[in-house]
Design a binder for this molecule. Structure first.
Ligand code: UAG
Ligand code: ATP
Ligand code: API
Ligand code: MG
Length: 515
């Protein structure tokens, strides 16, 4: 398994190198650019100078922070043979002596260019895409767990990319939920070379807005829900919705499967012009949950009703929101004719790292590690935990730096409304002052529930330890926000930190005293 060094670095380690070189003149046609006077043969592409391999086209893009043209010399030194850039980058690219394609908006042609370089790798691959604020990773894991039972499958998302199965699988830890188009097309090429038939993937709103999935066409696209997140990037909620909705257009997918539990799902269903199938846990829809019960070994058994059929499935993931995720997955899979037996078999074994993962101490204290990092997810994860808790409910919660600041008070408020005790801590402060981030969450919590029992403990291990120290048999501690993450980003330095490991250690260390 490779580990990421820089953005795209891990993908560079598995990119195919055996492709037939493509002439720059051909790429000029694809990009709609003037053919450069100097010829070049291209075998790969990257938009990051730190991930260039010999023979690559370097896409020097304008960004929010800097312009990729500033790194052309570095890209050349690493073996780049040509550049794709915009008019602002042209001079620097030519000054480096590399043949250069210039287009007004290079990001808009990157998907098509990358697909061309890697030989249109999605031909023969059936793509299932999932978008929405929460539930993308979970639903993708459910899809993947099923698809693996019927053939060679791949998964792309927040946690990792996994191509194929067993010892032969290629596994790359993710740096983003949806890779940039250059990496995405390279990953599709690896899939093609490994004879993968199915790929389930998360499609983030950033990806849709930034053209990362251009050149990919989904056999089926699924929508989970839309609630507050990412308003640092999208500016308005309408922009955020429009980005998500752009997946459900004839250019990008053949069929839309939309959860209409929330208002935005209903709007999307009303406006999409692609063939539509609806799912809902609360109202009439094409796919619904006819019956639901807990089995004695803690799983949830669902009777799912679709057009002309009923499927009985069992899921190990707790929480009502996971019923919605399972329903969406089932509908998406049936719409592409995956057999019901395969669906039942795949869902029964599906587990998602860091999503409602439960750890118990011998005295009956439960600790749940979950990835909730939006107000809606914090509320729902805590409500799910509340349902299974006889005693008190503790929430350990923090908010990410350099991300939507507006969600911080709302996350604090959601925690205060549902938990008995709230411990506000740090979660990837990044370049921001951690105390300022915590203060916003504390303020939101106190405004929502003035008398809330609350502590502020910046150090995350200390915060989890405080919660475990205060809690006892019958209580539940929910540690929110980091899930599968293995590092705490403080000022750009990633300090190794894993909520699950920390919980295991603290539960073991307190085991004797607790009994
Ligand atoms: C807001 C956003 O998504 N920004 C992405 C964008 O950055 P940017 O356009 O501002 O680029 P920049 O930093 O100004 O740099 C300009 C260009 O120079 C290049 N460069 C820069 C430095 C260098 O040494 N060499 C080099 O080539 C960069 O690759 C870039 O192409 O393009 C960069 C690559 O081209 C991305 O790495 C970067 O993602 C950053 C890391 C990021 O944090 N993105 C997050 C917010 C994100 O995408 N999240 C979504 C949703 C998460 C979810 O809800 O699941 C995701 O899909 O992960
Ligand atoms: N369908 C859902 N509705 C609301 N909340 C959900 C749903 N599914 C999961 N959650 C909550 O959201 C958290 C994140 O879930 P998941 O990782 O599946 O979402 P995601 O959309 O992939 O998130 P990200 O945008 O960070 O990749 C979970 O840990 C859980 O608390
Ligand atoms: N994909 C999410 C991850 C958030 C995880 C949380 N731990 C944080 O750092 O805010 C995002 O980029 O907003
Ligand atoms: Mg995800």
């Amino acid at each position: 398994m490779s580990t990421p060094t820089a953005a795209g670095g891990a993908v560079a380690a598995i990119r195919p190198r055996h492709t037939v070189p493509i002439s720059l003149a051909d790429l000029a046609t694809t990009a709609g650019a003037r053919v450069p006077t100097a010829a070049a043969e291209v075998t790969g592409v990257s938009l990051d100078s730190r991930s260039i391999l010999p023979g690559d086209l370097y896409a020097a893009l304008p960004g929010a922070v800097t312009h990729g043209a500033a790194f052309v010399e570095g890209a050349k030194a690493a073996g780049a043979v040509a550049v794709l850039t915009d008019p602002a980058g042209e001079d620097r690219a030519l000054a480096a002596g590399l043949p250069t394609l210039v287009v007004e908006k290079p990001r808009n042609v990157l998907g098509a260019v990358a697909a061309k370089i890697y030989g249109e790798p999605t031909k023969g691959l059936r793509l299932l895409g999932v978008t929405g604020t929460n539930g993308k990773t979970t639903t993708s894991y459910l899809l993947d767990s099923v698809l693996r039972t019927i053939g060679q499958a791949a998964l792309i998302g927040t946690i990792e990319t996994r191509i194929g199965s067993g010892a032969q699988a290629e596994v790359v830890k993710s740096v983003r939920t949806t890779p940039e188009a250059t990496d995405l097309q390279a990953l599709f090429a690896v899939m093609r070379d490994k004879h993968v038939a199915w790929c389930a993937m998360e499609v983030s709103s950033h990806a849709l807005a930034m053209g990362r999935v251009d050149g990919a066409r989904y056999a089926v696209a699924g929508f989970t829900n839309l609630t507050q997140d990412h308003l640092d990037f999208h500016k308005t909620f309408e922009d955020y919705f429009a980005a998500k909705a752009s997946l459900f257009t004839p250019e990008r997918c053949d069929l839309a499967v939309v959860n209409i539990d929330d208002e935005y799902g209903r709007r999307l269903a009303a406006q999409t012009v692609v063939p539509l199938v609806t799912v809902s846990t609360t109202r009439e829809a094409d796919w619904t949950v006819a019956a639901k019960h807990q089995s004695e070994h803690g799983t949830t058994v669902l009777d799912i009703q679709g057009p002309g059929e009923t499927l009985s499935v069992e899921i190990r993931l707790p929480g009502d929101f996971n019923v919605a995720n399972a329903l969406l997955a089932v509908a998406m899979l049936r719409q592409v004719d995956v057999p019901a037996e395969a669906i039942a078999a795949g869902l029964q074994t599906a587990a998602v790292p860091g999503r409602m993962e439960t750890f118990t101490r011998a005295d009956g204290l439960a600790v749940i590690v979950d990835y909730a990092h939006t107000p809606d997810a914090v509320a729902l994860a805590l409500q799910a935990a509340r349902g299974a808790t006889k005693g008190r409910l503790f929430a350990v919660v923090g908010c990410g730096g350099d991300r939507d600041a507006g969600k911080r008070p709302a996350m604090g408020a959601a925690a205060a409304r549902t938990a008995d005790v709230v411990i506000v801590t740090d979660d990837n402060p990044r370049s921001e002052d951690p105390a300022t981030i915590r203060a916003a969450a504390v303020e939101g919590a106190r405004a929502a529930v003035p008398g809330v029992e609350l502590r502020e403990v910046g150090d995350r291990r200390e915060a989890i330890s405080t919660a475990i120290g205060l809690a006892g048999p019958g209580d539940t501690v929910v540690v929110l926000g980091k899930g599968h993450e293995t590092g705490q980003d403080v000022g750009g330095v990633i300090h190794p930190f894993d909520d699950r490991e920390t919980v295991r250690e603290l539960l073991a260390a307190t085991q004797e005293k607790a009994l």
